[in-house]
Design a protein around this ligand. Structure first.
Ligand SMILES: [Zn+2]
Ligand SMILES: [Zn+2]
Length: 462
């Protein structure tokens, strides 16, 4: 991996992960060797690093003899120059970018890390205090990453390109992905053709090697019946459960560029898994998925929206309509008639579900009593035909009143309408409206009567 030491960026330069990605050769570049070597030692990697001492900021004392004839201002300037420190500024990267210090990915969609405005050194905000302080980092300290710590699972061990089956399975073909094995997780990124084949910043899938069922292996012909025969030696399979307690096993197939590449992946992942097991690293998973429904229930394959009503009840909006899942009774019931549900929100204070449903995309208000099987009328708001998207939120900070804001498609424009949710029969009152000269695509609600919508963030003070 090429380091960024000495890479100069001027202020205002749009720094993105692109710089880093473009420097990557096509094959895997990895710190796997560091992991394998350093995991045999005990203790932190940084503490045993012998070369830190030799590479401090160039000593000011050594150049002092030349300073005798110059004035204070000049001397201050020179001092400033000699002891130049990094000037870290928060940045947003547009492609997956690794920290130059610990080599872990800087994950997130925006403001993922910091970059030195002078030398371009990019790292996590939490790592910048540990970076060698002189700017730029002397070349002998950039030869190897200092922050890798296999005993704690920090660092990128392996990365490269593979293909994974398209939606619908191997018979639909394969799609290229960029994979980074970092902190004992596999991060998969889509590669978008309209971005010069650069990986997108959002992760399409994470496979956790701490998973109790984690395994990696090659495949037999019978495992991949739809694959082309010549591909089989290049395919490997990652098994995970991602369930607590471990239940259904998931198999993720990956197609490497060659037989040799496949072997490299299998060996690397198996070795890392061994290190992980040996170091007995704690599992830091915050959210754990539990299987509630068996995947033989067909509507779950087309679920498009959902809401939690109370700890026992979930509502799922699917292509086939609205369904209520009672987790306590282990029952699923259809609610209302068959209409495609695009979007759904639940306002607990008003005991009201708001749904965007049907071919004509009307917004309907559904009292939550409907879930109990009561014959309750869904209130269709007539002027919302062709609704693009809606959002709900409290109208006041006390949450005593709620509103519904929505965007309706008009010719080359969008009409934004704001309603107050009421306790009357129709459950709504129209408050305000505005026309935007563009189609609203994103729409969300901010507290205190403000909504954000549109691609270029129109802020409406409603
Ligand atoms: Zn710097
Ligand atoms: Zn870092």
């Amino acid at each position: 991996m090429q380091r960024l030491g000495g890479y100069r960026l001027t202020k205002g330069d749009r720094l993105s992960g692109d710089h880093l990605v473009l420097e990557r050769p096509a094959s895997q570049i990895s710190y796997l060797d560091h992991f394998l070597k350093e995991s045999r030692h005990t203790g932190s990697v940084e503490s045993e690093d012998g070369d830190i001492e030799d590479n401090r900021v160039p000593s000011i004392a050594s150049s002092r003899s030349n300073l005798s004839e110059i004035n204070i201002d000049q001397m201050n300037n020179m001092l400033r120059h000699a002891s130049k420190h990094h000037q870290f500024i928060t940045r947003t990267f547009t492609s997956p970018t690794k920290c130059n210090h610990c080599t872990s990915l800087m994950v997130g969609l925006t403001r993922q890390g910091v970059v030195c405005d002078i030398c371009g050194f990019a790292c996590h905000l939490s790592c910048c205090e540990k970076v060698p302080p002189s700017c730029p980092v002397p070349p002998d300290q950039t030869k190897r990453p200092l922050g890798i710590d296999p005993t704690r699972g920090i660092g990128t061990a392996y990365e490269g390109y593979v293909k994974v089956p398209k939606t619908g399975g191997v018979k639909k073909g394969w799609v290229r992905q960029f994979v980074v094995v970092c902190d004992f997780k596999l991060f998969l990124y889509d590669i978008s053709p309209d971005r010069n084949a650069l990986p997108a910043v959002y992760v399409s899938l994470v496979l956790d090697m701490r998973d109790e069922d984690f395994a990696v292996s090659g495949v037999r012909e019978s495992d991949v019946i739809h694959a082309t025969k010549k591909d089989i030696p290049c395919i490997f399979r990652i098994t995970t459960s991602l369930m607590d307690p471990p239940g259904t096993k998931n198999h993720t197939l990956m197609l490497a560029d060659s037989d040799t590449e496949k072997t490299k992946w299998v060996v690397a992942l198996s070795e890392l898994h061994r290190i992980l097991k040996r170091n007995n690293l704690p599992n830091h998973t915050i959210f754990r998925a539990r299987e509630l429904l068996d995947n033989s229930i067909s509507f779950t394959k087309t679920a498009m929206s959902g809401a939690i009503i109370d700890p026992d009840r979930l509502v799922i909006g699917a292509e086939e309509g609205l369904f209520c899942l009672d987790l306590d009774q282990n029952e699923i019931a259809r609610v209302g008639d068959t209409k495609k549900i695009y979007q759904m929100d639940y306002i607990p204070e008003e005991q009201l579900l708001v749904v965007l449903a049907g071919k004509q995309r009307y917004v309907r208000l559904v009292p939550v009593r409907a879930l109990d099987g009561d014959d309750v009328e869904w209130v269709k708001i007539p002027e919302t035909k062709g609704c693009l998207s809606f959002t709900t939120g409290p109208l006041t900070h006390t949450r005593s009143k709620h509103c519904l804001a929505l965007a309706v498609k008009r010719q080359n424009s969008s009409q934004i309408i704001l309603y107050e949710i009421t306790r009357t029969k129709t459950r709504h009152v129209r408050l305000h409206e505005v026309i935007l000269p563009t189609l609203a695509q994103v729409y969300s609600y901010l507290l205190g009567g403000k909504a954000v919508c549109g691609l270029s963030e129109w802020i409406l003070h409603l």
